[in-house]
Write a protein that binds this ligand. Sequence first.
Ligand code: OAD
Length: 249
Amino acid sequence: MEDHANLAARWLAGAGSIVALTGAGVSAESGIPTFRGEGGLWRTYRAEDLATPSAFARDPILVWEWYRYRQGICAAAAPNAAHAALARIEERAPGFTLITQNVDGLHRRAGSRNLVEVHGDIFRARCTVCGANRELTGAEEETIPACPGGHTMRPDIVWFGETLPENAIAKAHRASASADLFLVIGTSAIVYPAASFPLIAKDRGARLVEVNPEETPLTPLADLSFRGKAAEILPLLVDRAFSRPVEDS
Ligand code: OAD
């Protein structure tokens, strides 16, 4: 672990172009449930009832109530040390791109700016007719928000069976293809196309570093794997990379 941490820190300090892909695990220590692990949302709720276009067509109130419930959890949560460490990489490594599957807004709240939210934003709504998009302000909102034209709005989230926003995909693809270091943090890496970004980077010769308490389908491809919590591992790597001289290993 010690040698691996020094090596990863050296890669971080020396990389010309760094990209990270994060998933629900990065927010686990902020108290936001993941999807598939112990206590994961998809173990309690059926995605088919809540996170598909047909679920929304069938019962928009139920879907909105579920998203309001999750918004409440996200609004009450605070960014953790992993979010802060990623924001610090951006400060120190110009051009760092952070691709996240998370919709909780915690990366932005931690200070990350070059952020690609490929699955949407739980605090935004989008009109199902005209596409108008706006921020939700919270408790005063009606159950089903409407656009200025009076049409029904839906959560601005990518649901199962939907394609990702084109500009987000293009940006994530471009960054991945030119990365020389790619960090994969807190994702089960089974939801595509998000899980393809590290593969694109690896294919183009990037080094792959994984941080996850569990193995994932990407583990065999990783140049280094840290089996641990993001909020413990990432600050350690970033500290070593950017605060102190990194020892040879
Ligand atoms: P998952 O719930 O599938 O996976 C969470 C991952 O985080 C698992 O691999 C855990 O081992 C890991 N993990 C748990 N605690 C951790 C910690 N403290 N530090 C680091 N890792 C930890 O979540 P995602 O991979 O994000 O899509 O799921 C991908 C997509 O599937 C989500 O964006 C969501 C879901 O359906 C949409 O909502 C569109």
